[in-house]
Design a protein around this ligand. Structure first.
Ligand code: MN
Ligand code: MN
Length: 292
């Protein structure tokens, strides 16, 4: 059931882990460049490239307890796969831990969100993903934000980095007041201002964060299912991740298609996952230290 290679430095048992990583090697609805089923393994391999120490936080990643369960069982059917993921997410959340899913394609995020009862959702993506149906299924990666909206409502959802969608998707967003920030807006107003605005819009609740790696410009992250030029930089994404991480209760990173990589996209994916653990983990460590 589980692959042998685990994410680098994931030394905790499930019982002791604060963060729980699992892979979801499913790309059954991918339409352009499939292959994201290979991403969990490619990202795990890439994770061995990095130092343990994070100077900006004066912390070793190994001081934070996290585990890697390996890959979850997936089916060839999207609905069945979503059900597996939702129940695994529920178990992890129920045990008071922060789940981190390595996709796989973006459709899987929907199952992750459904596992939470009350959560805001932030999606970083080049695409609106607001189609009601695509290629005969309502569970396509191209519909994922629409399905998330069905679940949480517009007041609890925002996407960022957007630069692509069908006319019908832009119409839907406008008619329903869906909050999204375009890549151009991020470039012109600056990532700091946009992130502040997003935080203000969502209010104080918990956040589920989904990173569709195509939000990043293909120059930095070429190996994605549906690459889209004029994207955000890795630094933009790191800034957003750092700003949101303390409030993030569930996280996924999806849509890397390693066959198209020279290694850099998986490296970036692995680093973002490590960054998330360090930022959220060090906030907790600080709290523990200051409260004795
Ligand atoms: Mn997407
Ligand atoms: Mn996308």
């Amino acid at each position: 059931m589980f692959t042998k290679l685990t994410f680098a430095d994931a030394n905790a048992s499930y019982e002791n882990a604060e963060f729980v990583i699992f892979g979801a090697p499913f790309d059954g609805t991918s339409c352009f460049r499939s292959g994201s089923r290979g991403a969990p393994l490619a990202i795990r391999k890439a994770s061995y490239n990095f130092e343990l120490y994070y100077p900006a936080y004066d912390i070793d990643l190994g001081d934070i307890s996290f585990c890697d369960l390996g890959d979850i069982d997936v089916s060839t059917l999207v609905d069945e796969t979503l059900a597996f993921i939702q129940s695994e997410m529920k178990r992890i959340i129920g045990d008071g831990k922060t789940p981190i899913m390595i996709g796989g394609e973006h459709s899987l995020t929907c199952a992750c969100v459904r596992a939470f009862s009350d959560v805001n959702v932030v999606v970083l993506d080049a695409h609106l993903d607001l189609r009601d149906e695509y290629a005969g299924t309502r569970q396509s990666h191209a519909c994922v934000s629409r399905r998330i909206l069905d679940r949480v409502g517009v007041e609890s959802y925002a996407s960022l980095g957007i630069r692509s969608g069908a006319r019908e998707e832009y119409d839907f967003a406008k008619q329903n007041g869906v909050r999204f920030y375009s890549a151009t807006q991020v470039q012109s107003e600056g990532v700091v201002n946009i992130t502040q605005d997003l935080i203000k819009y969502l209010g104080k609740g918990k956040i589920y964060l989904s990173i569709d790696m195509d939000v990043i410009d293909p120059a930095y992250a070429p190996a994605v299912g549906t690459p889209e030029p004029f994207g955000l930089t890795p630094d933009d994404i790191r800034y957003i991740l750092q700003a949101l991480a303390p409030r993030v209760v569930g996280f996924d990173l999806v849509e890397i298609s390693p066959d198209y990589d020279h290694g850099q996209t998986s490296l970036l994916g692995a680093k973002l996952i490590r960054e998330f653990i360090v930022v959220k983990g060090s906030v907790k460590n600080e709290r523990t230290t200051t409260t004795g």
